[in-house]
Ligand binder design. Structure first.
Ligand SMILES: *Cc1c(COP(=O)(O)O)cnc(C)c1O
Length: 399
């Protein structure tokens, strides 16, 4: 067998800290590596694989579309993109959709849309208020919006026009608002920041401020959307409606896609020539999106995620009594993090992997779990057993 890991080191940019296994097959919540070892996958492709691995509906839709028409460009109409846009509009509070290929591209498009709208209606207002520890992607505009200085600083100068305020602090948003402000950009739950839940009423207060001052509320639901938090979109649980929303990750069940949704009055400001992409709305990705979203909606998978999340959180909370290193559990639906009193999350991830469970150390002191929305009760119990034994083993080991 070729030494894939050595070849990766030889041929790829070394910009990721990959776990040392080569995955080659999956089914539902399980994956297998090239040596035949089986794992429970609670990384879920970073909150992407909402239907798990190799779901027959997604696999069939992709195979059928691949045999029919893979790509055309946006010079033409194709059915899957129109069908997917219709599903998104019918199941959200927004009116129109722009498709792209990733989360960061969706954020870029949302920023351009906000600037265009500010240019046309708000005397050229362009500044976006975002939050510390917020994550919006890695391209220059999305990176400028991202609230982690460590990610931004090596790439400065970044596009101007972004300010960062503390999360969960609506007064800070009010204080940062000026004549130049065009939008507030937030995740309904900060995902990469460590699964940070909004304080009760925070998003509602931000919505009210945006309405009062004529700012756009842009919700980045790239990680929280498509059922992850127990409703199709996380905003539904917060009594707010965004003016603009970004989606990606789970939208096409694992096939790369991104989308921006907006209210009619905002979307109308992007006109021919303003923005575009060669691959966006690609029939293959859109067909996967139709299959995924239809099943999520018709199967009421957000409710499944809510129920499964309660079981998961209850099991994790029970660990707090037995393991002093476990200091808290936070999450909603199947976007959950376990916080630790020491920076041993990397060691816990490695120990879980050796015991057959894949999880993510979202912070040095926090483990994130984001299994498919289809995860079974037995799988949750087994994952929690492994996680508990791994934490016990790591924290018992002499330093
Ligand atoms: C993952 C993520 C992004 C970036 O998406 P990519 O597809 O990696 O570019 C942006 N915003 C949020 C909230 C995310 O979770």
């Amino acid at each position: 067998m070729p030494d894939w890991i050595a070849d990766e080191r030889r041929y790829l940019f070394q910009n990721y800290g990959r776990q040392p296994i080569v995955l080659d097959r999956g089914e539902g919540t399980r994956v297998w590596d090239a040596d035949g070892n089986e794992y429970l996958d609670f990384v879920g492709g970073l909150a992407v694989n909402v239907l798990g691995h190799a779901h027959p509906l997604v696999a069939e839709a992709v195979a059928r579309q691949a045999r029919t028409l893979i790509h055309t460009s946006n010079l033409f109409y194709t059915e899957p993109m129109i069908e997917l846009a219709r599903l998104l509009v019918e199941n959200s509070c927004l009116d129109r959709v722009f498709f792209c290929n990733s989360g960061t591209e969706a954020v870029e498009a949302a920023i351009k849309l906000a600037r265009r709208w500010g240019h046309d209606t708000r005397n050229g207002a362009f500044e976006v208020i975002a939050t510390e520890d917020g994550f919006h992607g890695r391209t220059m505009g999305a990176l400028a919006a991202t609230g982690t200085a460590r990610y931004r600083e090596p790439f400065e100068p970044l596009p101007p026009g972004f300010v960062h305020v503390p999360w969960n602090d609506v007064d800070a948003i009010r204080a940062a608002t000026t004549e130049r402000t065009v939008a507030v950009l937030l995740e309904p739950i900060q995902g990469e920041g460590g699964v940070n839940i909004p304080a009760p009423g925070y998003l509602r207060a931000v919505r009210d401020w945006c309405t009062e001052r004529g700012l756009l509320l842009i919700l980045d639901e790239i990680q929280t959307g498509i059922g992850r938090t127990g409703t199709l979109f996380a905003y539904e649980q917060e009594d707010v409606e965004p003016d603009v929303m970004t989606l990606a990750k789970g939208l096409a069940g694992g096939v790369p896609i991104g989308a921006v949704l907006a209210r009619e009055a905002v979307a109308a400001h992007l006109v021919p020539g303003d923005h575009g992409t060669t691959f966006g709305a690609n029939p293959l990705a859109a067909a996967a999106g139709v299959a995924t979203l239809r099943h999520v909606v018709e199967g009421d998978l957000p409710a499944c995620a809510a129920r499964a999340g309660e079981r998961l959180v209850a099991r994790l909370r029970s660990m707090e009594d037995r393991l002093p290193v476990v200091s808290g559990v936070r999450g909603r639906g199947l976007l959950v993090a376990l916080s630790l009193t020491s920076e041993c999350a990397g060691d816990v991830v490695a120990e879980c992997r050796r015991r057959g469970l894949l999880v993510n150390n979202v912070r040095p002191n926090a483990i994130r779990l984001m299994p498919p929305l289809t995860v079974g009760d037995g799988e949750i119990d087994r994952a929690c057993d492994i996680l508990e034994s791994a934490i016990a083993a790591v924290t018992a080991a002499p330093k």
